[in-house]
Ligand binder design. Sequence first.
Ligand code: NAI
Length: 347
Amino acid sequence: MSMFSHPDFDNHEGVYSFSEPESGLKCFIAVHNTNRGPASGGTRFWNYDNDAAALTDVLRLSRAMSYKNAMAEIPLGGGKGVILKPEGNFDREALFAAYGRAVEKVGGQYITAEDVGVSPDDMRTIKTQTNFVAGLDEGIAASGDPSPHTADGIFRGLEVAVKHKLGVEGVGGLIVAVQGLGHVGYDLARRLKASGAQLIVADINQAATQRAADELKAKVVPTEEIHAQQADIFAPCALGGSINTDSIDNIQAYIVGGAANNQLKTPDMGAELQKRDILYCPDYVLNAGGIINVAAEVSGTYVYSWVDGKLEGLRKTLKEVFDRSASSGRPTNEIADEMARERLKLL
Ligand code: NAI
């Protein structure tokens, strides 16, 4: 398929493919938009079925990063990297070093950080080859793992959603169904529990659910049933696409909001949620805490009060999305896209 007729091509400024047979590297880096600054977004390391699936992912995720960074009001554009996980044995350090060389070749138009499957250790390896990397856990402006800040932003945003939809302050006494207890999901669950929420959780990783049961007194349910729980909030914190034609009719929650990128399998799912009177917190607005933290590192001096201010800004932006949706009768995902494009000066 040619790039310019790809359904997910959205006038991306640059889409690069890199390969290095010695290390097994095959990756795509997409720079969607740099109107607000150099493109930034994490690198995903994933077992893709084929390179077409990886290309689709990088096109969608990089655009979402432009929207996310614009809505978070940080001076970064939108980009993303995806590495196709090699089959069989491979040398992880050699692979990520090769990826670092690929990032370097993009010449500063793209600054990388962690996403699914990638750790601060990998960032350190990338750093041996390029300075266009953040999410490091050592160095002058190091910001470390972005996940706790992502969870913090989601928690703050859910408070706004709860106030808007249920008219209550805070999550105390509410039931939250958390799908996926990884870096973000577990931290979010911990914050919710500490504020008095009751938890229902699911994860394909049994150790994670056992830990949530032991430490957070969470009720554990099978992964295929988590979206259908009788809960106030459904928080998708695993992979994308969990709001789809199969799941939507079973969602009982009043609010959907979590960490996962691209939670709506297709954009029309936003309208379908609205029809069912479920308030959807647009994923890239709610989950911007991590990239806000990365932006502090990219600026060269990490100052937490700046991060905290932007996380508070996230509350205001989300409130504006909900208010515009309520007054126009249009779904929140459409309103968020429109606001993002306004901020990117694409409208
Ligand atoms: P992670 O890889 O640490 O956690 C994902 C968790 O989901 C794992 O525990 C995994 O076992 C579980 N999982 C996978 N398939 C599942 C299924 N079918 N049902 C239930 N659980 C399942 O990833 P992380 O960092 O926590 O990210 C979670 C999501 O949030 C991803 O979609 C990521 O793109 C997104 N995100 C993460 C940010 C961050 O700061 N880490 C920032 C913004 C978005």
